[in-house]
Design a protein around this ligand. Structure first.
Ligand code: MCN
Ligand code: FES
Ligand code: FES
Length: 909
């Protein structure tokens, strides 16, 4: 043991610690300074950065034996408090720089060290500083973070006052479309927003720590599981296997009726078989995480290894065995039948192009690894706290498996450090439930980044073949599509994502005749979970690149070709229904001057440059808001002495559910004189909040926004007096009127028919058009995105900071998808860096956001969603720009340099 006296945030602290333990652990677990976060735990993300003796250090990899006695350490808690914010914290709030907020303390502390040395840095110096200190953010796209540092520097230099930065609105004004700061921002920038691992440190002393015994192969029969040695290890309370699960031990994947499986193939703890790397075979419950981990190593699992099918084509091969015996590996099929038969049409058409496309297993890479805890409440109800973004779904999906009726389970969402969709699937909820039910004690489970990356769902790879025919005037007349979806071993939402192929291949264009066939395939690679865009980034990649191929074949400019073919009044989507609004032409008009300039700039650069070429590419970006069909959401509004309380389950990944809920409620309630500060939010606790559905499919702003609006309207109706004024709380009580009102909103939509792909799945869509400018180094094959310009139409903007943030963050994930990100090689793709997470150096600082606000008839106050549109097809624009630069057409992502070089070699053959 080591005894040190440290000066922490200007307070002297005497500490006794293990010399091998990290500074992050001492700060968090011994001093309870939980503002310092641990993400990767390996020195790659900067979430744990603190300042030690004037230098930024990564506290996760700084062992205490390397911390000098008397060291001065500054953490985010030492920077400012809510009543006395540091300029960086103010600037972070006003620039919407904290979305999920998990990276925020690390960034702010790192920036403080820069501004201590230099109060007038350039943007480039700020970027280099963050790069040198390895600060990584997955939500914001970095630009707002640099904006915030520049603003803080101005504040420090005295050029502006903080009062100038706050949004000031006239009394009673609407906050829609403003840069009002989200309610959670202050806690995020001061490090007091407590994530799951922070809350975990305050659980009762008898809490058991869980560590998993996980599969190290991808496909095997389990012969035996021997826990006897592990049970004898120090501190071990229980070692649980499938035999200890009280329920069916299956997670319900909510399979479609036409799914050939029953949806019950995913075990909570694997019993007969291992289906993928990382599958949970046993859980060790011990007094400390370390004891649990040591004991987990002693569990002996005897297996018979089976051939592993690591892609859809491999699992579709004739000799492949059934991964789930009794269910074919191709377990769901859907078709598109729209208009005339395309085969004879194609023969007659002037121009026909076809190609194969592949979009792979993009990893979500939130900076906060999966984490949660569970316990039984006074009434024996199982309470599970996790990162779930689908509370009521998840309770339903695990209830039978853990062996409880669904009304005996309540899931609570912890403040969440990003999910990007992986938490649309249950991850550790059922494991926590099993452990809490077995022991009756509080239980806690956290993943490290390796587990997060290797054992949570991934984007489902699509293997696609598309053929498009156009007439002599350049009008698309026919489309043929074929797609196979690798969904890993577990079916949950695999059928749904496969339907996206029929909904988004060709979306945005009038195509009267379509024939298509898609299928979902079980494989032994990572299970497919939702990922922002959910099937549209795969589908639109194929169709937006093929559209460019068609334009090239005709000899027409890609923008002109799009003008000719986009939806016009009366046209229908690939599903045969009218879109919500016809706004694409306006978007093209807005991007046109930027596009023309980019083309001219690239051409003039290329004239004089041999080894480096510039190019410009565009793509349409489209996605629907809602789960297919009659999706619905619920909320409530209750008048109180102090104002109105709103309750809903608008789960927050970091996108801004708090801001959305507040703005929707305020816009409705301001008629009765309520101000934003009169509105209190209770969100995401099934004990109190109703079923608002998941925060997926960019549905919440529309669905839960509408439900919140309706709840507030119902309250106002009850408050309204005959003279048009509103009753006060006291008057409501005096008149014995109910104080709490429910609101429900259901989309007037229909599911798509699986045999034809025809239907009206979404009440509202989001649209965009992106211009990407790139630089390709012909010697190395490396592509750099130099500039992005996007025109978005997400309807009425509810909050400008939030929407800007959604768009920037989504676009940057698109840069990653186009150029860097993958999770394919189980040996290599195991860290944030190796998975290709975009660092600040990889992301252009030159991103322009433009808007058109076409009010949506069914959106609350005319709003659509915003979360997924920006990641629906930015990668297509980037790939189209690479073609423009050097005539290499990349059709299988990511566009690694070697693929570009290979393309160049083929061109020169
Ligand atoms: N919004 C707005 N005005 C509009 C449209 C939307 O102000 N016209 C706001 C909404 O109020 C909300 C946000 O934009 O705060 C996104 O709204 P919406 O598109 O309805 O999406 P959800 O709230 O349902 O959030 C989910 C969506 C999805 S599906 C993924 S995946 C995703 C995303 O949002 N993951 C995210 N954004 C993310 N952002 C962060 N930081 N982290 C994630 O994990
Ligand atoms: Fe320390 Fe990532 S660098 S947690
Ligand atoms: Fe940076 Fe979420 S705000 S990781």
């Amino acid at each position: 043991m080591l005894k040190l006296v440290l000066n922490i945030n200007s307070n002297e602290k005497s500490i006794v610690c293990d010399p091998e333990v990290s500074l992050a652990d001492v700060l968090r677990k011994q001093l309870f300074l939980t503002g310092t976060k641990v993400g990767c735990g390996k020195g790659e993300c900067g979430a744990c950065n603190v300042i030690m003796n004037g230098k930024v250090v990564k506290s996760c990899i700084t062992r205490m034996k390397r911390v000098p006695d008397g060291a001065e350490i500054l953490t985010v808690e030492g920077l400012g408090t809510k009543d006395n914010l540091h300029p960086l914290q103010i600037a972070w709030m006003v620039h919407g720089a904290a979305q999920c907020g998990f990276c925020t303390p690390g960034f702010i502390v790192t920036a403080k060290a820069l501004l201590d040395k230099n109060t007038n840095p350039t943007r480039e110096e700020v970027r280099q500083w963050f790069q040198a200190n390895r600060n990584v953010c997955r939500c914001t796209g970095y630009q707002p973070l640099v904006d915030a540092v520049m603003e803080a520097a101005r504040l420090i230099r005295g050029e502006i006052k903080k009062e100038d930065l706050w949004v000031k609105l006239p009394e009673g004004a609407s906050i829609l479309g403003t840069k009002t700061i989200r309610p959670s921002a202050c806690a995020k920038v001061t490090g007091t927003w407590e994530f799951g691992a922070d809350l975990g440190l305050r659980l009762p002393e008898n809490t058991l720590h869980i560590k998993l015994v996980q599969a190290t192969v991808s496909h095997a029969n389990i012969i035996s599981i021997d826990t006897s040695e592990a049970e004898k290890m120090p501190g071990v309370y229980r070692v649980l296997t499938y035999k200890d699960v009280k329920g069916t031990n299956r997670i319900n994947g909510l399979a479609f009726p036409s799914n050939k499986g029953d949806g019950l193939e995913r075990p909570i703890l694997n019993d007969k078989k291992i289906f993928q790397f990382g599958d949970a075979i046993a859980m060790v419950l011990a007094d400390t995480p370390r004891n649990a981990e040591e004991a987990a190593k002693k569990v002996v699992v005897e297996i018979e290894e089976l051939p592993a099918y690591m892609s859809a084509p491999a699992a579709m091969a004739e000799d492949a065995i059934e991964i789930h015996p009794g269910t074919p590996n191709i377990y769901f099929e859907t078709k598109v039948v729209k208009g005339e038969d395309t085969e004879p049409l194609m023969e007659k058409l002037e121009y026909v192009v076809e190609d194969d496309f592949y979009v792979g297993r993009q990893p979500h890479l939130p900076i906060e690894p999966d984490v949660g805890f569970a316990y039984l409440d006074e009434n024996g109800k199982l309470i599970i706290h996790s990162k779930s973004v689908a509370l009521h779904f998840h309770a339903l999906m695990i209830a039978d498996g853990v062996g409880l009726p669904v009304d005996k389970i309540a899931i609570v969402q912890n403040p969440t450090g990003g999910t990007f969709g992986y938490k649309f699937s249950p991850t550790i909820e059922a494991l926590l439930g099993v452990a809490a039910l077995d022991t009756g004690k509080p239980v806690y489970l956290e993943f490290n980044m390796f587990q997060q990356i290797t054992y949570t769902g991934k984007r489902s790879p699509f293997f696609m073949h598309l053929k498009m025919g156009a007439d002599k005037d350049g009008k698309i007349q026919a489309l043929e599509t074929d797609w196979s979806v690798d969904h890993g071993p577990y079916c949950e939402f695999g059928d749904l994502v496969t339907m996206r192929g029929s909904q988004f291949m060709g979306a945005g264009y009038r195509i009267d005749n379509i024939r298509g066939a898609g299928r979902t395939v079980a494989t032994n690679h990572a299970w497919g979970s939702a990922f922002r865009g959910y099937g549209s980034p795969q589908s639109l990649f194929a169709s937006e690149v093929l559209v460019d191929e068609m334009a090239a074949k005709i000899g027409m400019d890609p923008l002109e070709f799009r003008y000719k073919n986009i939806y016009q009044e009366g046209d229908v989507t690939p599903n045969g229904c009218k879109p919500d609004v016809y706004c694409l032409e306006g978007l093209l008009d807005k991007i046109k001057p930027y596009y023309e300039k980019a083309k001219v700039d690239a051409a003039s650069f290329n004239k004089t440059s041999e080894d480096v070429k510039h190019g410009a590419g565009i793509s349409l970006l489209i996605y629907g808001c809602g789960l297919d069909g009659a999706d619905s959401s619920e909320a409530w509004a209750e008048i109180t002495k102090d104002g109105v309380t709103i309750g809903n389950s608008w789960e927050d990944h970091g996108q801004g559910a708090d801001m959305g809920s507040l703005a929707m409620a305020h816009e409705t309630l301001r008629k009765a004189g309520y101000k934003p500060e009169d509105i209190k939010l209770i969100l995401n606790d099934m004990n109190f909040t109703p079923n608002s559905g998941p925060a997926g499919g960019s549905r919440s702003n529309v669905l839960t926004g509408n439900a919140t609006r309706v709840a507030c309207e119902n309250l106002l109706d009850a408050m309204k007096k005959e003279d048009g004024t509103y009753r006060t709380y006291e008057e409501m009580v005096a008149e014995n009127k109910p104080l709490k009102y429910d609101g429900k909103w259901t989309a007037p939509c229909t599911d798509c028919n699986v045999e034809t792909g025809q239907g009206n799945p979404f009440p509202v869509y989001m649209y965009g058009v992106l211009l990407a400018e790139v630089e390709v180094d012909l010697k190395t094959g490396k592509t750099k995105v130099t500039k992005l310009t996007i025109v978005s139409d997400v309807g009425t903007i509810i909050n400008r900071l939030v929407v800007d943030g959604q768009i920037l963050g989504g676009l940057v994930q698109g840069i990653g998808l186009a150029l860097y990100e993958d999770f394919e090689d189980l040996k290599k793709h195991t860290t944030l860096t190796k998975c290709g997470i975009p660092q600040i150096k990889d992301v252009t600082d030159d991103i322009t956001l433009l808007y058109q606000e076409t009010p949506r008839p069914l959106g609350p106050y005319g709003a659509a969603g915003a979360g997924e549109m920006p990641l629906s097809a930015p990668h297509a624009a980037i790939i189209n720009a690479i073609y423009d630069a050097c005539r290499v057409r990349i059709t299988k992502l990511p566009a690694y340099p070697e693929k570009v070089l290979e393309g160049l070699k083929m061109l020169n053959k």
